[in-house]
Design a binder for this molecule. Structure first.
Ligand code: PLP
Length: 426
């Protein structure tokens, strides 16, 4: 409560922005992930990996727009590409050269993608991938994981959170190869698709084990269900996504977030045989329209982002920086002897307030929830911006010095809050 009050006192302009927003939007909010009490920080400007709030405070941006901000807030080549696209006229109700160029870049990189189509968001990409799988198999049901997240209307944290989704669903358990094999085989030829993140992102940056991915691949191959990897977040883990690293190759992949340089974006692709369902040259085509699917600024920025900036070298360097950061943070926690740890892969990591191996989604205790909130407000007070739930997604402008600053802030948190933290020394 103390940290919350200090926060509220420090940010009067953010408070006022929230008060106005509440009059016209439920909760004063249009993105649930950005809601927290007493009110969210309102950022007004960004540059590289720095942010400034409405009260003039500066932050190191370690959130990176939940992975969509990979290039930072002012990458000149992205801005140039968007400006040039807008100079040519805002959307022309027409196909353009850039969409085939961007599609070519994606097809050339992702082992599972022979053909691809664009959407406006990762959510839509998943909906369209499911439509493709259903059309291709002639089946209806989709298997998802408890704790998974596939977009605003596709939150599959549990059975209750999925009640709004008009898709017949079956559930299984993340990182449980035996359970997932049993559940897929039990569904048999009723199952159109298995939709899974190769690392839970929103679910806490919990990587899939190779055994789990291999089991998914084997069981779906046996029943003919289409295996879809949601790489909306994890595609940053290599030039060809996390699938290139694990070498478990799905039938379809969905993409989004950073891939259009920070402009709105989604894409779904896969085996040509499946994607052919959208081929207008053939009979029985499945329609896939969308006014902004090929909008000129996303396509132009995407070509530069994927063609010139985020190449294999950049992807490997970012992955390595994230691995080093997570190692350093976990070493600091072990040295301090507190029940605090960071999970993830590469440039995505999340803080957890518990001991022991975290390889499944879990229900946090009230004490853990309170510590997570305190951590968030303490980081904001230290000038470090991350997700309310403690996720970090490094962007390309983040330097080793910035990472060192985060490590130091975490060490200070441990020192200041040690009495509240469980563990051998607490
Ligand atoms: N899939 C995953 C794994 C995500 O993390 C997200 C967004 O956080 C989405 C899909 C949805 O993407 P969008 O917010 O662009 O609809």
């Amino acid at each position: 409560a103390e940290a919350r009050e200090a926060y509220a006192a420090r940010l009067p302009r953010s408070a006022a922005i929230h008060a106005r927003a509440r009059e016209v939007m439920p909760g004063g909010n249009t993105r649930s992930v950005l809601f927290y009490t007493p009110f969210p920080t309102a950022m007004v400007r960004g540059e590289g990996c720095r942010l400034w709030d409405a009260d003039g405070n500066e932050y190191l941006d370690l959130l990176g727009e939940y992975t969509a901000g990979l290039f930072g807030h002012s990458e000149p080549r992205i801005i140039e590409a968007v400006k040039a696209a807008l100079d040519g006229g805002i959307n022309l109700a027409s196909v353009g050269e850039k969409e085939a160029e961007l599609a070519g870049l994606i097809v050339g990189r992702f082992p599972s993608i022979e053909q691809v189509r664009f959407t406006n968001s990762g959510t839509e990409a998943n909906l369209m991938a499911l439509a493709a799988a259903r059309g291709f198999t002639g089946r209806t049901k989709t298997l998802v994981m408890r704790g998974g997240y596939h977009g605003g209307v596709l939150t599959f944290a549990n059975e209750r959170s999925a009640v709004n989704v008009p898709i017949p669903l079956a559930f299984s358990d993340y990182n449980d190869p035996a359970a997932v094999t049993r559940d897929i085989l039990a569904e048999g030829d009723t199952l159109a698709a298995v939709l899974v993140e190769p690392m839970l992102g929103s679910g806490g940056c919990i990587p899939a084990s190779l055994e789990f991915l291999t089991a998914l691949r084997a069981a779906t191959r046996q029943t003919g269900a289409v295996l879809i990897f949601d790489e909306v977040m994890t595609s940053r883990h290599g030039a060809g996504g996390l699938q290139q690293r694990t070498e478990v190759i799905p039938d379809m992949t969905t993409l989004g977030k950073y891939m259009a340089g920070g402009m709105s974006f989604g894409a779904f692709g896969g085996r040509a045989e499946i994607m052919a369902i959208f081929d207008g040259h053939r009979p029985g085509t499945l329609p896939h329209a969308g006014t902004f699917n090929n909008n000129v600024w996303s396509m132009a920025a995407g070509c530069v982002a994927m063609g010139e900036i985020f190449d294999a070298t950049a992807a490997e360097a970012l992955y390595a920086r994230g691995e080093a950061l997570r190692d350093a943070l976990n070493s600091a926690c072990v040295r301090a002897g507190v029940a605090l740890q960071f999970t993830g892969r590469g440039s995505m990591l999340t803080v957890h307030f518990r001991d022991g191996v975290i390889d499944r989604p879990y229900a946090a205790s009230q004490a853990e929830d309170r510590l997570r909130e305190l951590f968030f407000f303490d980081m904001l007070a230290a000038g470090i911006y991350l997700a309310r739930r403690g996720m970090v997604a490094l962007s390309l402008p983040v330097t080793d010095a910035d990472c060192a600053r985060y490590i130091a802030a975490v060490e200070e948190f441990i020192a200041a809050r040690r009495p509240l933290l469980a563990g051998e020394a607490g």
